[in-house]
Design a protein around this ligand. Structure first.
Ligand code: SF4
Ligand code: SF4
Length: 120
């Protein structure tokens, strides 16, 4: 993807102010026909141990760019995605310019979803 990855799963360790700070994320949803059947497998609940172990997957450069360019956010995490029924899925990689992950009360992957999913 080339744009921004927004996410409202605020209980995830990678979520910073509604944006995803991970370098890579993995969306599940093999045979999905709707957003609800997808999920962010990279979701990890906030906590000290998780914060430490997720450090290597942090996109610190992207994060700083986002902080300094509110209008055109230049964060391009690689999204590996299993939802092959989505129009943005090309060889299991997401090609959407902007992606929104949803999960305001999520405590597990199952409670998250890719809102940008669009069936072929
Ligand atoms: S749930 Fe997924 S997209 Fe959202 S912040 Fe966590 S890793 Fe990033
Ligand atoms: S927009 Fe489609 S291809 Fe991209 S992560 Fe979401 S479900 Fe996967």
């Amino acid at each position: 993807m080339s744009g921004k990855l927004s996410c409202n799963a605020e209980k995830c360790v990678n979520n910073i102010n509604g944006l995803c700070s991970a370098n890579n994320i993995h969306i599940t949803g093999d045979e999905s026909h709707s957003s609800r059947e997808t999920g962010c497998e990279t979701f990890s609940p906030k906590g000290l141990v998780n914060a430490m172990s997720n450090f290597t997957n942090m996109n610190l450069v992207g994060q700083f760019k986002q902080l300094f360019s509110a209008d055109s956010i230049e964060m391009s995490p690689e999204i590996k995605c299993e939802a092959e029924n989505c129009i943005y899925n090309v060889n299991e990689l997401c090609t959407a310019s902007n992606v929104q992950v949803y999960g305001p009360d999520a405590r597990t992957t199952r409670e998250t979803e890719c809102e940008t999913f669009k069936e072929h």
